[in-house]
Ligand binder design. Structure first.
Ligand code: AMP
Length: 227
C-alpha cells in the first residue's frame, strides 16, 4: 500500500507517518526531513535548500523532484528485491510533504510509472488554521533524534530537554510565527490546488485532523481498514 499524507504544515503528517510506518510497515519519505538531514550534514543539497526553508518558501521543483527520483528509484529496487535485505520487508511507502506543487504531482505520476509503483490513497488531513499556528509555533524538536514536543500539548519533563535522549530541544527557524505564516501562504497558493488533482483521480480521502494523535490515527485506520 502506497500512501500520500496531505495537508497544511502542522496538520500532523509527521506524527501520523510515525504511527503508519510501524503499524503498516511502510517506508516514510519526508522531503522536509531529507532537506533537514542534508542541511545538518552540510551537503550541497542542504545548502541549496536552506534559504528557501528559512523563509518558509518552497524549494524549487527541479531540486525536489531530483531528490525524490533518487529515493523512489532506490525504493523500487528494494521493494522488488528478493535478496535478504532488511528493507525488502517494507509493504509500501508514505509520502509526507511531497508533492507540494502541480508540477511535482505530475512528475510523481511519471516517476511512479517508471519505477512500476502506484499511489493507492491520498489521506487529506484537515485542521483549522488557528489550530495549525498554535501547534507549529509551540513545537520543539530534538534535532538529532527527531523527537517532537509541544510546550503546551506535550511538554518534556524538564523544560527544553528531550526526555528520551537528554538533547537540548530547539525551536526550528521555520516554526517561528512570521515564517509559519509564509509557509501557510505557500500551502494555500501552491499546494492546496492538489486537492482537486487527487479528487479527480478518485484517490482522495478527507479526514478530520483535530484531536489527539491517537484519535486521528484511529480515523486513518478506519479509512485504511485492516491491511
Ligand atoms: P516540512 O517539514 O515538510 O514542512 O518541510 C519543511 C520545508 O522544506 C518546507 O517549508 C519547504 O521549504 C521545504 N520542502 C519540503 N518538502 C518540499 C516540497 N515537496 N517542495 C518544496 N519545498 C519543500
Amino acid at each position: 500500500m502506497n500512501l500520500l499524507l496531505f495537508g497544511a504544515p502542522g496538520t500532523g503528517k509527521g506524527t501520523q507517518s510515525a504511527y503508519l510506518t510501524t503499524s503498516y510497515k511502510l517506508r516514510h519519505i519526508s522531503t522536509g526531513n531529507l532537506f533537514r538531514k542534508a542541511l545538518q550534514e552540510k551537503t550541497e543539497l542542504g545548502l541549496k535548500a536552506q534559504s528557501y526553508m528559512d523563509q518558509g518558501k518552497l524549494v524549487p521543483d527541479s531540486i525536489v523532484i531530483g531528490l525524490i527520483k533518487e529515493v523512489l528509484t532506490g525504493l523500487s529496487l528494494n521493494l522488488s528485491n528478493d535478496e535478504g535485505t532488511e528493507k525488502k520487508s517494507y509493504k509500501g511507502f508514505i509520502l509526507d510533504g511531497f508533492p507540494r506543487t502541480l508540477v511535482q504531482a505530475q512528475s510523481l505520476d511519471v516517476l511512479l510509472v517508471d519505477v512500476d509503483l502506484q499511489l493507492d490513497k491520498v489521506l487529506y488531513l484537515k485542521v483549522p488554521e488557528e489550530v495549525l499556528i498554535e501547534r507549529i509555533v509551540g513545537r520543539r524538536v530534538a534535532e538529532k533524534s527527531g523527537h517532537v514536543y509541544h510546550i503546551k500539548f506535550n511538554p518534556p519533563e524538564k523544560e527544553g530537554i528531550c526526555d528520551k535522549t537528554a538533547e537540548k530541544l530547539i525551536h526550528r527557524n521555520d516554526d517561528k510565527e512570521e515564517v509559519v505564516k509564509q509557509r501557510l501562504k505557500a500551502y494555500h497558493d501552491q499546494t492546496a490546488p492538489l486537492i482537486k488533482y487527487y479528487y479527480h483521480k478518485n484517490i482522495l480521502f478527507e479526514l478530520d485532523g483535530c484531536g489527539s494523535p491517537e484519535e486521528v490515527f484511529s480515523r486513518i485506520q478506519k479509512e485504511l481498514g485492516s491491511v
